[in-house]
Design a protein around this ligand. Structure first.
Ligand SMILES: [Zn+2]
Length: 63
């Protein structure tokens, strides 16, 4: 069983498994704390607050 290492974008906090953010192309970091899942960004107040317009997982804090 392979456990995939999740990484969070240092710029937009989007969580993926790649070294480069698929959304904005910035560097990602595996040093992040907590995350939230945006299922429907059009209905999420947090997404609006964070400027998120793509559904997915986002880190709360990226180091
Ligand atoms: Zn990004």
């Amino acid at each position: 069983m392979v456990i995939k290492q999740l990484k969070a974008c240092k710029n937009c906090s989007y969580i993926s498994e790649s070294d480069q953010c698929p959304l904005c192309g910035s560097q990602t970091s595996k040093e992040f704390q907590g995350y939230l899942i945006i299922v429907d960004h059009t209905k999420s107040a947090i997404a609006k607050q964070m400027g998120i317009d793509v559904n997915g997982k986002y880190a709360l804090r990226v180091r």
